[in-house]
Design a protein around this ligand. Structure first.
Ligand code: FE2
Length: 207
C-alpha cells in the first residue's frame, strides 16, 4: 500500500443503520469530518485523540438524515462550515461544484458529483488516490438504492475510471469488510463491474 500524508479514521458511530463517520487528518493538522452522525461522542473522542488538529471542513456525501444527524453536536467542538452539493437539503451548507479541489494538507480533496442514490450525492477523493469517500453511492459489495440510469452512469463514467489504489470508505457497514480497495471492488462489486445497463439492471434485482 502506498504511503500517504493523510490519516483516515473510520468511526463506527452506529446511528440509523450501521453508519460510518470519518475523521481525516493531514500531516500539517488540517482536519475534515465526513458525515457527522450517530453517536457524536465517538467522533469527539477521535478528535481529541489527535494533537494539533485544525478543523477545515465538514463534508456531506448527501443530505439524508442518517448522515447529517450529528452536525450541530459536532460543530460545538469542530466549528467549521458544512459543505455539500447545491441540491443538498441541509440549510446553510456552502455549495460545492463538480470537480472542485478543496485545499487540504499539501494537496486537496476532489469533489465528484455522483447522482444516483440521491440528486445531491457527492464522493470525495484524496488527491494522492489513497481514499475515496462514497457515502451511499458505493458500498463494499453493494450500491445504494437508486435511480438506475443515473447510478449506472455514475458507476461507469465517474467511479470505475478512478485509480485502483483508492480505499473505498462508504457510509454504512454493509459489506464483507468495512473498507476495501477500489481495485478489488472493480472485480467483486456487481454494481461497479457491470459493463452494460442490462447487466446493471439485472444486478439491481438483488439489491
Ligand atoms: Fe442515503
Amino acid at each position: 500500500m502506498r504511503s500517504s500524508e493523510y490519516k483516515v479514521t473510520q468511526l463506527k458511530v452506529g446511528g440509523f443503520d450501521d453508519n460510518f463517520s470519518y475523521l481525516i487528518t493531514a500531516e500539517n493538522g488540517d482536519a475534515v469530518i465526513v458525515d457527522p452522525c450517530g453517536d457524536t461522542n465517538i467522533i469527539k473522542t477521535a478528535f481529541r485523540n489527535n494533537k494539533k488538529i485544525k478543523p477545515r471542513y465538514i463534508l456531506l456525501t448527501h443530505s439524508h438524515n442518517d448522515h447529517t444527524s450529528g452536525i450541530k453536536a459536532v460543530q460545538k467542538f469542530f466549528p467549521v462550515d458544512v459543505y455539500a452539493h447545491p441540491k443538498s437539503a441541509w440549510h446553510g451548507a456552502k455549495h460545492l461544484t463538480d470537480c472542485q479541489k478543496l485545499p487540504f494538507g499539501k494537496g486537496f480533496i476532489e469533489v465528484l458529483f455522483t447522482p444516483g442514490h440521491s440528486k445531491d450525492c457527492v464522493c470525495y477523493r484524496l488527491h494522492d488516490d489513497s481514499a475515496l469517500f462514497t457515502g451511499d453511492t458505493l458500498f463494499i459489495d453493494w450500491c445504494g438504492y437508486c435511480n438506475a440510469f443515473e447510478m449506472f452512469d455514475t458507476m461507469r463514467k465517474i467511479l470505475f475510471p478512478l485509480a485502483d489504489s483508492n480505499i473505498v470508505y462508504s457510509g454504512h457497514d454493509y459489506g464483507r469488510a468495512p473498507f476495501a480497495k477500489l481495485g478489488e471492488e472493480k472485480f467483486r462489486n456487481p454494481y461497479l463491474k457491470s459493463e452494460t445497463f442490462e447487466e446493471f439492471k439485472e444486478a439491481l434485482k438483488n439489491l
